[in-house]
Design a protein around this ligand. Structure first.
Ligand code: NAD
Length: 476
């Protein structure tokens, strides 16, 4: 393998920021204020496990408090470090600004390989980590609200919410201290799938603009497009599932940590997911051809590449060989700053992380609002409204019959129309609207200024301008 000097993840994010800031009219002081991470708290705590005390290292970085609470996931991975959580926290600031969720940016991490511990041990470790953060208001409904990220999910969020509630028994808004909770524990429908769903909506929006699609050298719709996905975890699985089942795309390759599965006709995503859950990897999987060097397949021919696992996987060592004309960054930071430049020169179109994976924080926002408002979303309308909707449905059917159009409203449509939307309908339509609006705002900058060469720089410009506006109006 070539050894090439790459900037760190945080430096990479800063370089991307700098490229955008250079095209803007910011004072150097404000530019620096927005770029830097405000503070990072490091905690080392001991937990007695299997008769011995084990020490764990965790972080919570707060990048920008121009809006509070600050928001960002907690990652469990063996080599999490300060640079990484600061990069991820910065991305959260820009992401929240781009999709207009009223949060600053934060991120947490715990150095742990969760696969080495059983559920009871993970609960002990999570509760202890949460205790350390809650004590310092680094988990708090109005100050800092975590969510799932790599290696964590609903289960860990439920433990964190319970830990907060135990330590703050009189806080009526306790449930809003963390998002991504299970539905029965104050969560919201559609949160588990939200980031992958957002990737699908982002691609749908991109394909609504033939001019943009042509920039990637592609044409038509998502139907029949060949897609390579790296990482079949929460984000990659849902993106792959929805794109293959609902948009007619073919997932020709899935790259996992122990190799890849290739099937030019389209990998059976639910079957593969079940296989991984049972066997811990893709080796010996019967649903396609197994390839041991999975990472090499990032360079394979396809229409769309979806890195949905780790940062830095497309870097100076492989960027020149990437064949995908369109890359959507479902993961945070999968393309380094140097690789980004190489891809731009090659003419590849990159849909950037701060937009592409914003579905998670968008639906987290809905969950937080639901928790704070103490209402259930999407319930039955009043009876008078139901009668009103019935009249409209009758009228639509009468019109269709009169004009001989032969329309028939589906029972599902009638039910939804008359009962009001379910919580899941509301979440999906809110997410779709958010992804469309954010794309339009990036696109406008991308197309209106010649020096704006790509969607990433446009996304950063929109986000930085909004953060700057917030600081200008309220002061530092
Ligand atoms: N979960 C969310 O809501 C969310 C939101 C926004 C962004 N993200 C980002 O998406 C990415 C994935 O997060 P997730 O929540 O899906 O994590 P996850 O832990 O659910 O899944 C990660 C997947 O990647 C695989 N993987 C790990 N190392 C790999 C390697 N070297 N090669 C190939 N596959 C590998 C794992 O086996 C796993 O299947 C991260 O960058 C995360 O920051 C997640």
């Amino acid at each position: 393998m070539n050894v090439v000097a790459e900037p760190s993840f945080r430096e990479s994010v800063d370089l991307m920021f700098n490229r955008a800031a250079a095209l803007m009219d910011l004072s150097p002081g404000l530019e620096q204020k927005i770029r830097v991470c405000n503070a990072t708290y490091t905690v080392r705590f001991g937990v007695r496990l299997r008769g011995k005390i084990e020490t764990f290292v965790g972080y919570r970085a707060v990048h920008s408090e121009h809006m509070e609470p600050v928001k960002g996931g907690i990652r469990y991975a063996p080599n999490v470090h300060q640079d990484e959580v600061e990069a991820l926290a910065a991305l959260m600031t820009y992401k929240c600004a781009l999709v207009e969720t009223p949060f600053g940016g934060s991120k947490g991490g715990l150095c742990i390989d969760p696969r080495q511990y059983d559920e009871h041990e993970l609960e002990q470790i999570t509760r202890r980590f949460a205790y350390e953060l809650i004590k310092r208001d680094l988990i708090h409904p109005s100050q800092n609200v975590p969510a799932p990220d790599m290696g964590t999910g609903e289960r860990e969020m439920a433990w964190i919410a319970d830990q907060y509630a135990r330590m703050n028994t009189t806080d009526i808004n306790a449930r809003a201290c963390v998002t991504g909770k299970p539905l029965h524990g104050g969560g919201i429908s559609g949160r588990v799938e939200a980031t992958g769903r957002g990737v699908q909506y982002a691609l749908r929006e991109f394909f609504r603009h033939p001019e943009d699609v042509a920039k990637a050298g592609l044409s038509g719709t998502l139907d029949g497009k060949r897609i390579i996905v790296q990482g079949l975890g929460n984000v990659g699985y849902h993106a792959a599932l929805f794109l293959s089942q609902e948009d007619g795309a073919r997932i020709t390759t899935v790259i996992e940590r122990d190799g890849a599965i290739v099937d030019p006709e389209g990998v059976d995503i639910p079957a593969l997911r079940d296989w991984i859950a049972k066997h811990g990897g893709v080796r010996d999987c019967p649903f396609g051809t197994y390839v041991e060097d999975g990472a090499a397949l990032l360079e394979a021919e396809c229409d769309i590449l979806i890195p949905a696992a780790l940062e830095g996987v497309i870097n100076l060592t492989n960027a020149a060989r990437i064949q995908a004309p369109l890359i959507i960054e479902a993961a945070n930071g999968p393309i380094t700053a140097g690789a980004d430049e190489i891809l731009r020169r090659k003419g590849a179109v990159v849909i950037p992380d701060l937009y592409a994976n914003a579905g998670g924080v968008t639906v987290s926002y809905f969950e937080w609002v639901k928790n704070l408002s103490h209402i259930r979303f999407g319930r039955m309308q009043r009876r008078s409204e139901e009668a009103h909707y019935q009249l409209l449905v009758d009228e639509l059917e009468r019109l269709s019959a009169d004009k001989g159009l032969g329309w028939e409203l589906s029972p599902d449509f009638k039910r939804k129309y008359m009962q009001g939307a379910s919580e899941l309908d509301l979440v999906r339509s809110g997410l779709d609207d958010t992804m469309r609006t954010a794309y339009q705002s990036m696109r406008e900058v991308w197309h209106s200024r010649e020096e704006v060469s790509d969607l990433r720089v446009a996304a950063y410009m929109v986000a930085i301008e909004r953060v700057a506006r917030s600081y200008r109006s309220k002061g530092l």
